[in-house]
Design a binder for this molecule. Structure first.
Ligand SMILES: [Zn+2]
Length: 94
């Protein structure tokens, strides 16, 4: 079976696939299709960034909030308790 025929068969099976099918039925379908005639598929992983997020911290009480990039141009917020401007912590891009 050529690759395009194989892919078409898979797509056909997916079209008739319904959520009510049992794992055994799905396995039977997979077995009937045989091996995928190509190299192993590499599904790109979601890249997760672990860099510390920019934050704002109150020097009076230590209250800390993570900042959203969309609002960083406003500058650090005012502490809700002490009513003083908080300090930018981390990478604010400047
Ligand atoms: Zn404070």
């Amino acid at each position: 079976m050529c690759r395009s025929a194989f892919v078409n068969r898979y797509l056909l099976e997916l079209e008739v696939l319904d959520y009510g099918r049992s794992p055994l039925e799905l396995e039977a379908i997979a077995l009937s299709l045989g091996h995928y005639p190509h190299a192993k598929l590499n599904v790109p992983r979601r890249v997760v960034s672990y860099s510390p997020r920019p934050r704002a911290k109150c020097e009076e009480c230590g209250f800390t909030v993570p900042m959203l990039k969309a609002f960083m141009h406003y500058g650090p917020p005012i502490c809700p308790k002490d009513r003083v401007e908080m300090v930018a912590v981390g990478d604010w891009g400047e």
